[in-house]
Design a binder for this molecule. Structure first.
Ligand SMILES: Nc1nc2c(ncn2[C@@H]2O[C@H](COP(=O)(O)OP(=O)(O)OP(=O)(O)O)[C@@H](O)[C@H]2O)c(=O)[nH]1
Ligand SMILES: [Mg+2]
Ligand SMILES: [Zn+2]
Length: 333
């Protein structure tokens, strides 16, 4: 385990370095027809909003063979005749990509070249550990870090509620995952959040209404104006987020806002791979009576025993079982 962790950490560092390198390698000076480097701010259907190395935004067509693009993509593009427009000729290799399976099994991209995932969970109506676990698994699959934002702390009315919140969050705390408490209404926890985001390219994920866009608005004071500019460029409104959008943070780092997802799923994987994404199971793995134990109904299951002794939280095995069933189902489809 210790060895694997080290390797994971190393690969995270390498990925982060590559993302940063790709950014600093972007040359400047824009001349018409010249191949330029750009950063995809958002994809709005047939066109893509690109930020050139001059800091200006350009509405670009995408050459058909390139497929879909997503916020965070690094591209090579050229200016078109009409001012403020361009054509994307190439997408640079993505160092990281967060995606999810769509309804028809197609891949839906959420953000590219990210170095960490911020899972936003509103405290009210309630924290869903299943949802948190799914994003933690995705971050492990991609090989980047994750942290948790508990938003809307202003809505907690009774002190006792905090005990319940503490109990749900304990497994994550023990796993060493950073947890930030925020309120957009009371502007609480923003310094902590800023610290967590500094120098990284992060994506905020979580259910619709969690407050992802609100958090970004509180972090970027002049955002209202920029959202206006963006809506004008894309023709989209600015309420429920429908496409991922990249923002530069005034204090450093980039932050990608993503549309709320009702039920996010990580990439389907085998039982033994899934076990690896539950570091709290690790001390007990290999101790079940059957070596292909699924930790559901088998006698002599060391994981179930650890739960009975309070060494693993119930909620974790619950999310594990749900994912196992879901992955089995997807195999049969
Ligand atoms: N009380 C309270 N309300 C909040 C807080 N943060 C956001 N809200 C409200 O929650 C609602 C949803 O906020 P959004 O920021 O649009 O949520 P979102 O996660 O971006 O949602 P999608 O774009 O649909 O995925 C809005 O009415 C916000 O005003 C908070 O800290 N406290
Ligand atoms: Mg939003
Ligand atoms: Zn077992």
């Amino acid at each position: 385990m210790a060895k694997r962790k080290l390797t994971n950490q190393q690969s995270r560092r390498v990925k982060k370095r590559r993302v940063l390198q790709q950014k600093t390698e972007m040359p400047g000076v824009a001349v018409s027809g010249e191949q330029l480097d750009g950063l995809v701010i958002t994809n709005f259907g047939k066109k893509v909003l690109v930020e050139g190395s001059d800091g200006e935004r350009y509405t670009c067509f995408v050459r058909q063979h390139l497929g879909k693009l997503v916020a965070g993509d690094h591209v090579i593009w050229q200016k078109d005749l009409e001012p403020g427009t361009g054509i994307i000729n190439q997408v640079l290799e993505r160092q990281t990509l967060l995606s999810r399976p769509g309804f028809r099994g197609e891949i839906r991209m959420i953000a590219a070249n990210i170095t960490q995932i911020g899972v936003v969970s509103p405290i009210i109506p309630g924290i869903h550990p299943d949802m948190i676990d799914r994003y933690l698994i995705a971050s492990e699959q991609i090989g980047i870090d994750a942290f948790i934002i508990l938003n809307k702390v202003d809505l907690v009315e009774e002190e006792e509620h905090w005990d319940a919140i503490g109990a749900v969050m304990l497994p994550y705390h023990k796993m060493g995952i950073p947890i930030v408490l925020t309120s957009c209404v009371k502007e609480h926890g923003l310094d902590d959040l800023q610290r967590q985001l500094g120098g990284e390219t992060s994506v905020l994920v979580g259910p619709s209404g969690a407050g992802k866009s609100s958090l970004i608005k509180t972090l970027i004071p002049d955002l209202e104006i920029r959202i206006g500019e963006l809506s004008a460029a894309t023709g989209l409104g600015s309420h429920t987020t429908s496409n991922s959008i990249l923002y530069h943070l005034p204090a450093g780092g980039d932050l990608i806002d993503s549309p709320g997802v009702r039920l996010f799923s990580p990439q389907p994987c085998s039982l033994s791979e899934l076990e690896r994404y539950y570091p709290d199971f690790e001390p007990f793995l290999g101790q079940c009576r059957f070596n292909n134990c699924s930790h559901t109904h088998e006698p002599g299951c060391a994981i179930v025993e650890a739960i009975e002794k309070g060494k693993i939280a119930d909620q974790r095995l619950h999310s594990f079982h749900r994912l196992l069933r879901e992955f089995d189902q997807s195999k049969q489809d």
